[in-house]
Design a protein around this ligand. Structure first.
Ligand code: GUN
Ligand code: ZN
Length: 451
């Protein structure tokens, strides 16, 4: 057995030869800064002249540049990003890859939009030759926008999930995805059955869940498109695979909520339909949750289920305003998500800007520090992946982005005038988009550089 100082020296050498220090302004979150204008103490670390040390694809440390460079003084391994901002990669907790080509489709509201645009487009993913290039485009677009992890809907076709996981694997991304389950109230060409849906899901879990950085999510589309038999099947799998995720939609649109009342007359509420089947639990993320009540929020908080706030989609489809204050009052965890293609922008910067505006419409403030938390460490917490992604804590996976405050003349001009970190972040969420993402690094390796 190898032991003692020799073994240790070997380990240290191997460790150090792979070490790179990135110098720039460094920001990450250790907790929720909360809704007060001045953030809670200890919620974040900001090193204006900072450095991030990375080895073997993992974060070694983040701190003031002088400290980190003194510890790791090898000049050839320093990447100097000037006054650019280093942040953990964004995490999008609700997005549909097959809806990339649905973005900017019209319609009067959710149900028309699904029938007229979304379902016909999703039909095409039965052909893996169609799915593959869309998955490639989608993942490259995420990287261009600084998103390094996402919780992703595929279509009802298992091959749509195969294509997605394979593209994500090739890019070494931490991605969570699942095949849609949908056995009623949808076109025949998109229907599975409780039995085929379960069999296909089990096969995909066996093949992809926990393979490299990939994870699986049980994906009933929403309560309206699953029979109680199918919801019961999802509940069984949710119990059998506690570390598999659950993703679905809930209470997005008033017409949809009425439909759920008609289809499930015995349920107390929309969320109760899911609750009855054991689908409220940790690692379960419910998109929208706009038209829910205090009991639903408390039940979600109690069970560890979380909400994905999708402001751009909610504005585009006219669905309503997510109630941040009510979520906080109930202790309900939530994050910010794009919901492509109801949402029409891949950028979580733009989405944070919309979240800020939705809060304003409700007479509330979304402090910019909190918005950045909700798109990074807060999203990792919603996914229960905070020990792996979302911050620069030592040992986490080194997925990070380099934001350029000089990306456009206006951005440069307004950032120059920002006196505090909060002011700078507000300028970024109001004005920045993919043009500000200079680089995206995955496991310590450069994966995207802005043209
Ligand atoms: N509800 C059921 N399916 C969908 C979908 O694809 N997008 C959105 N935004 N809501 C849904
Ligand atoms: Zn959605």
């Amino acid at each position: 057995m190898r032991s003692g100082p020799n073994f240790l020296r070997g380990f240290m050498m191997a460790h150090l030869t792979d070490l790179t220090v990135h110098r720039g302004s460094v920001l990450h979150f250790l907790g929720d800064p909360g809704s007060a204008i001045e953030p809670a103490a200890g919620s974040h670390e900001y090193f204006e002249d900072g450095a991030l040390a990375i080895a073997d694809g993992k974060v070694v440390t983040a701190g003031p540049a002088s400290d980190v460079l003194a510890r790791y003084p090898r000049e050839d391994r320093v990447v100097d990003h000037g006054r650019k901002l280093l942040l953990p990669g964004f995490i999008d907790t609700h997005i549909h890859y097959p809806q990339t080509d649905v973005i900017a489709s019209g319609g009067r509201g959710l149900l028309d939009w699904l029938r007229d645009y979304t379902f016909p487009m999703e039909q095409r993913f039965g052909d893996i030759a169609h799915a593959r290039p869309v998955a490639d485009f989608f993942l490259d677009e995420l990287l261009r926008n600084g998103t390094t992890t996402a919780l992703v809907f595929c279509t009802v076709h298992p091959q749509s999930a195969e294509a997605f996981f394979e593209s994500a694997r090739q890019r070494r991304l931490r991605m969570i995805a699942g095949k849609v389950l949908m056995d009623r109230h949808c076109p025949d060409y998109l229907q599975d059955t409780a039995a085929t849906g379960e069999a296909q899901t089990r096969e995909l879990i066996g093949k992809w869940h926990g393979r490299e950085r990939l994870l699986y999510a049980l994906t009933p589309r929403f309560a309206a498109t699953s029979t109680t038999e199918q919801l019961a099947s999802v509940g069984r799998m949710a119990r059998e695979f506690p570390d598999v995720f659950i993703q679905t939609h809930a209470a997005e649109n008033l017409e949809e909520v009425q439909w759920i009342r008609d289809v499930f007359p015995d349920a107390r509420s929309y969320m109760d339909v899911y609750d009855r089947h054991g689908l409220l639990r940790e690692r379960a993320v419910y998109a929208h949750c706009i038209h829910i009540d205090g009991s639903d929020r408390e039940r979600m908080a109690h069970t560890g289920a979380a909400a994905a706030f999708c402001p751009s989609s909610n504005l585009y489809l006219g669905s309503g305003l997510f109630d941040i204050e009510a979520a906080d009052a109930a202790g309900l965890r939530f994050s910010i998500a794009t919901d492509i293609g109801g949402g029409n922008n891949f950028s979580l910067l733009r989405t944070m800007g919309d979240a800020y505006k939705v809060a304003q419409l409700s007479g509330k403030l979304l402090p910019p520090l909190r918005a950045f938390y909700l798109a990074t460490a807060g999203a990792a917490r919603v996914l229960r992946l905070e020990d792996r992604i979302g911050s620069f804590r030592p040992g986490t996976e080194a997925d990070f982005i380099v934001l350029d405050p000089d990306a456009t003349p206006l951005l440069a001009r307004r950032c120059e005038q920002a006196r505090t970190l909060s002011e700078k972040l507000l300028v970024l969420l109001a004005l920045a988009d993919d043009r500000a993402v200079a680089q995206t690094w995955i496991l310590g390796r450069l994966q995207h550089t802005r043209a």
